[in-house]
Design a protein around this ligand. Structure first.
Ligand SMILES: [Zn+2]
Length: 523
């Protein structure tokens, strides 16, 4: 019997339905060597074994964050964060303050622009001028909370060559005033017109960003992330290199953009390749936009009109899901509106024989607004619903305003579970903070910032929500044989919480995180 490197003694929630609670865990060589009664662990303890007695604390499998943009999260940790600002004025003041500390000509990049939170419906024709007053010479680009729109000043628009005569790009809008001049607001793909002028981070900056992102997720109890692509190739290169190191605090399953299926196929790059720490993920598709910018594609119009947009529409899905599957790449598709979700389910139904034969686990990212006829299709087909509970807290007011007749259908987590679907939970960081404990609370109380709950009948029990961050997410990447549970032979990825989450999710905190038995965070 192997002498353990690490032993934890106390309450252990294994997330294994066969034996849900244990009294001790032993770790040897990066794997779980023992889970069970306290008496049985003594045989694993040697002179070099670190023994941790949990006093009221509880050990669980390390969390998965099933939807992240990892490098971008790290990059944004160094940028100006406006997500706590309560008004346009406060945001502009923070930008002016940052400008004073930015060298002449240097870019000011910020995130967390959210009209809803600022109590505004529009910035009107003055959007650019508000920023120009704060900093006329340094280019400013402020991304929205959902990353589907941005707010730029005159200097940024000038550098990007965006003016009166610039045409709207496909799937994007340059918002204009009555005279046709850009107001500074850029929707969907139009923000790339400015974004592509921002100097790319250097490899050293990317390595620092990845280290910061890894540390940030480790302190939230996360040990595995599902990375959702749509980052530049230079980011992938550093991400793959960093996450292949034994010292990196996360395991990474990293998707490729669907536009690159042909490149992946030409090279033979396919889902599941790699090692135990870094693996190639699926092919990421985008079926629609997002709710806040009314670009989520809906079957019926929003209150106030419009039904959103389809991005990778039904024709693209019909043509490219078979290409992805033939290349060995699992389809992973962003779908927020009910029309988008239906289109993806239809396309997955038509290709089911092929992806089942290949042993794939197709998934829909977000699955936020579902027509009741489509809910049971997730379970029936075997499509993972990869959802972000914290998003529902931002969306309470938007759903109320834009979909007042469809509030009860928003984020139907309980209905999905009851009809046999598997849930995988994540954060979509940097769109939302990768705070697993906030996600658990949101899934269980469904409460927005003002206390109003969104479709409270869809609330989960704590153990159901925990399963979506552990076993459900592990199944979503076909890692159920090694991850998501504390069972003998599984990866020794663990988190220690301050108290039993089954008792209460209030005042819960992460005390320690371990990856392959190595401590990656200590409170
Ligand atoms: Zn995302």
């Amino acid at each position: 019997m192997a002498v353990a490197d690490l032993v934890l003694v106390g309450t252990v929630l294994t997330m294994d339905p066969q034996a849900p609670v244990a009294e001790a865990v032993a770790v040897a060589g990066g794997r779980i060597a023992y889970v069970g009664e306290r008496g049985g662990v003594d045989a694993h303890i040697g002179s070099g074994t670190r023994v941790l007695e949990l006093a009221g604390e509880v050990a669980l499998p390390g969390f998965h964050d099933a939807h992240v943009h990892l490098t971008q999260h790290g990059v944004e940790l160094s940028q100006l964060d406006l997500s706590s600002t309560r008004s346009v004025g406060e945001a502009v003041a923070r930008i002016a303050e940052r400008s004073r500390r930015t060298p002449a000509g240097g870019w000011i990049l910020a995130g967390g622009f959210a009209l809803q939170r600022w109590g505004e419906t529009t910035l009107g024709a003055d959007a650019r001028a508000l920023l120009d007053a704060a900093t006329p010479d340094r280019p400013v680009l402020v991304r929205s909370q959902d990353h589907h729109s941005a707010w730029a000043n005159g200097a940024a628009l000038r550098l990007a060559g965006v003016g009166h005569h610039t045409l709207d790009p496909a799937n994007g809008t340059i918002v204009r005033d009555g005279g046709g001049a850009p107001t500074g607001l850029l929707l969907e793909r139009a923000l790339e017109l400015v974004w592509r002028c921002v100097p790319a981070p250097t490899p050293a900056e990317l390595r620092a960003a990845l280290a910061a992102a890894g540390a940030d997720l480790a302190r939230r109890g996360v040990t595995t992330v599902h990375h959702m692509a749509y980052e530049p190739p230079s980011y992938w290169r550093e991400l793959a290199a960093a996450a292949s190191q034994e010292t990196y605090p996360l395991r990474v399953w990293a998707c490729v953009p669907q536009e690159d299926i042909e490149h992946a196929a030409a090279l033979g790059v396919a889902t599941g390749q790699g090692g135990e720490r870094f693996q190639v993920g699926g092919a990421k598709f985008f079926a629609d936009g997002a709710l806040g910018s009314r670009t989520a594609w809906m079957l019926e119009p929003y209150a106030g009109g419009g039904s959103g947009v389809s991005v990778d529409g039904p024709e693209v899905l019909a043509e490219r899901f078979p290409l992805a599957i033939a290349a060995g790449l699992t389809p992973v598709t962003h779908a927020i509106g009910d029309a988008a979700n239906r289109a993806v389910l239809d396309a997955l139904e038509r290709t089911a024989a092929a992806w089942r034969a290949a042993g794939m686990r197709p998934r829909i990212e977000h699955a936020q607004h579902l027509h009741p006829d489509d809910v049971a299709r997730f379970g029936r087909l075997g499509v993972t619903a990869s959802m972000q509970p914290v998003h529902l807290t931002f969306d309470v007011d938007s759903v109320h305003d834009l979909l007042p007749d469809r509030e009860a259908r928003a984020y139907p987590m309980r209905a999905l579970l009851e009809t046999g679907a598997r849930l995988a939970f994540g954060s979509d960081t940097p769109v939302a903070e990768p705070d697993v404990l906030a996600g658990l609370r949101a899934a269980c109380d469904r409460a927005g910032p003002a206390g109003r709950a969104l479709a409270p009948g869809q609330a989960l029990e704590p153990l159901q929500a925990l399963a979506a961050y552990t076993t459900g997410a592990a199944h979503g990447i076909a890692w159920e044989h090694r991850s998501g549970k504390l069972a003998r032979g599984f990866d020794a990825d663990l988190v220690v919480l301050s108290h039993d989450p089954r008792r209460s999710l209030e005042d819960l905190s992460v005390r320690a995180t371990f990856l392959a038995g190595r401590q990656t965070f200590s409170a």
